[in-house]
Design a protein around this ligand. Structure first.
Ligand code: SF4
Length: 313
């Protein structure tokens, strides 16, 4: 039988998570320029049955039975190599997965949220991550290469509507693509929309693996910092999601570990870095060495010096 369930895998967002692949490879309503599973083989918006939900649930059950107490997952996550809401049985699947007593998360590109049955299915999930890369139609078309019948305006309105009554936790993910959606005006427009949407966390991510299309690159650290600041000034709880699973939330007492962990999630102002140095009895030379080794960068932004994690290798 095809292996449709994987993990548990560690994830900063969800702790340990078992992944459920409810869609065949690359079946999606988008064909994003940065897609890590390659160019879309089948771009569709019609929902259909792909796998019997009982088959998926059985595989999750087997996986959970094989998992030790220490590795036991915190979440079951529906996260296929395609768009999970194309599965017409998504609602049934979520209901059945919930019988394991674990919260269920769905990572979606948001494109089908205008459909009533998708809204109904998703409302049963405990956690949803919505993709919002751009609110400008031509940029959205360029980056996400949507199915021709999709309408961005309708998607964004429906998302806003859904957020008003959804009772679970929802976050957003904005992929930053160098030169495509990183102009100040575009970032501000996206941040304005997200400010109204009120996600628990607005994640900023960058392409970290080889993308589907050539000429798709991650932005530089300066742009990442700028995006962070623009989101922050729109009152968003913003975090980086860049493939580095740093732990910003516990202090190890080791300056290098703590600095790399924190800056994987947030840029740090130099005064906060100095405080951390004082706390861990670290001298300036250690920070300078990390800069020399290109593990972190010093960036001047709006007359403040920030220390940011180096993401571009
Ligand atoms: S929405 Fe996800 S799976 Fe679909 S094309 Fe974009 S990145 Fe790939």
């Amino acid at each position: 039988m095809e292996e449709l369930v994987f993990g548990p895998v560690p994830s900063r967002r969800l702790g340990k998570s078992i992944g459920v692949n409810n869609i065949p490879h690359k079946v999606c309503s988008y064909s994003c320029s940065y897609c890590q599973v390659g160019k879309g083989e089948k771009i569709q918006i019609e929902r259909q049955e792909f796998y019997n939900p009982d088959t998926l649930v059985k595989q999750v059950e087997q996986k959970l039975n094989m998992t030790s107490h220490a590795e036991y997952p915190d979440y079951i996550t529906v996260v296929p190599d395609g768009e999970p809401t194309l599965d017409i049985n998504l609602g049934k699947l979520i209901t059945k997965l919930k019988t394991f007593g674990l919260p269920v998360a769905v990572i979606t590109n948001s494109s089908l949220i205008y459909l009533d049955d998708v809204k109904r299915d998703l409302s049963n999930a405990d956690y949803i991550s919505f993709k919002v890369d751009a609110v400008n139609r031509s940029i959205w078309k360029y980056i996400n290469k949507p199915h021709r019948k999709l309408d961005l305006h309708e998607i964004l309105n429906s998302l806003m509507n859904f957020s008003k009554y959804y009772r679970g936790k929802y976050v957003t993910e904005t992929m930053l693509v160098k030169g495509d959606n990183t102009a100040d005006i575009e970032l501000a427009a996206t941040a304005q929309f997200l400010q109204q949407l009120k996600p628990s966390i607005a994640y900023l991510s960058i392409p970290t693996r080889p993308p589907a299309f050539e000429n798709t690159f991650p932005p530089c650290e300066e742009t990442l910092l700028k995006a962070y600041e623009i989101f922050y000034w729109h009152c968003l709880n913003v975090e980086y999601l860049t493939g580095y699973e740093g732990n910003a939330f516990t202090s190890s007492g080791n300056f290098e570990n703590d600095l790399l962990g924190i800056t994987a999630v947030h840029p740090m102002r130099i005064d906060a870095v100095k405080e951390l140095m004082a706390k861990t009895k670290t001298n300036d030379g250690v920070l300078e060495k990390l800069v020399e080794e290109n593990k972190v960068k010093k960036i001047l932004y709006e007359r403040q010096t920030f220390i940011v994690r180096s993401f571009n290798k």
